[in-house]
Design a protein around this ligand. Structure first.
Ligand SMILES: [Zn+2]
Length: 287
């Protein structure tokens, strides 16, 4: 599943849409990605709109559109398209005459490009928000936000002392954008077994290491892949061409015979917090 760095990369892939007017929206209206917002509504609201803004929050993408028909020079969004990539969602660019395949759920056509949202497993979702509805203002702070302080984290976790480290890191109301691979990476860097309860852990160190992993993921995944051809986007399983280096757990966790990049012990795997988890039994002994 795309985590915050892959989501940021997806945002950058659609970045060339800024300043371009949507002249048509094509969709596969029967697919599950429209369970929250009907395809026809997206078509009605985005046609003749201009993309003027894009941002991410955790695993969410938000694209703002101004009303180019009413006011061609307006740069303030009047409507927002929110996209969740789910397990297998993908954004990519194509030429203006691109012919969508069965997994391409909608295509925003501009004069020069097609902006494609594809999702073969259909766990992704799309929403529309009017200008006066700002859903992002009520979301939890992102991990790299300046106000994501130790005091803030303590406040959120006061009643969570028995929660496992892995479950805590996967909680999107506390660590938005962190998913399975980043959570495993953080546990490994903490030298702690992912099932360790929070009451045995130092929240200050969790905060520091989770921020390190977020920054590193953005650098190795979003920054290093941003210059590539957006026409391919990225795909699950082989998310991106440039991945975190071999000194990260990332490259070893699902490899047959995968070993800890630090001590070279064989990695172990089991289900923790409902997710398949990889860890090093030597660096992260069970307590
Ligand atoms: Zn190890």
């Amino acid at each position: 599943m795309p985590e915050l760095a892959e989501v940021e990369l997806a945002r950058r892939i659609w970045e060339p849409g800024k300043g371009q007017e949507v002249i048509a929206v094509e969709s596969h209206p029967e697919t599950r990605v429209y369970r929250d917002t009907p395809a026809g509504k997206i078509q009605t609201h985005l046609t003749r709109k201009m993309m003027v803004d894009s941002r991410t929050h955790g695993k969410r993408l938000l694209f703002g559109f101004s009303d180019s028909l009413v006011n061609p020079s307006a740069r303030d969004p009047v409507i927002y398209l929110e996209v969740h990539l789910g397990m297998s969602g993908r954004l990519f660019l194509a030429d203006p005459y691109y012919c969508p395949d069965k997994h391409d759920h909608f295509v925003l056509r501009t004069k020069n490009l097609s902006f494609v949202y594809s999702d073969y497993r259909q766990f992704g979702r799309v929403y529309l928000h009017q200008q006066d509805h700002k859903p992002w203002e009520t979301l939890p702070l992102e991990v790299l936000h300046a106000k994501f302080t130790l005091a803030y984290l303590r406040q959120l976790t006061t009643r969570r002392k028995g929660t496992s480290l892995k479950a805590l890191l996967l909680d999107q109301s506390i660590f938005p954008g962190i998913g399975n691979w980043m959570a495993d990476e953080i546990c490994w860097r903490l030298f702690r077994f992912p099932g360790t309860p929070l009451q045995e852990l130092d929240l200050a160190v969790i905060r520091r290491v989770s921020r390190q992993v977020c920054r590193g993921a953005l650098r190795h995944v979003a920054d290093k892949n941003s210059s590539r051809d957006g026409k391919r986007g990225f795909s699950p399983g082989s998310y991106v061409e440039q991945v975190p280096p071999s000194s990260w757990l990332f490259q070893h966790r699902w490899k047959a015979g995968g070993a800890c990049p630090r001590c070279h012990s064989p990695l172990e795997r089991c289900t923790i917090a409902t997710r398949t988890t990889a860890w090093c039994p030597r660096c992260q002994p069970m307590t």
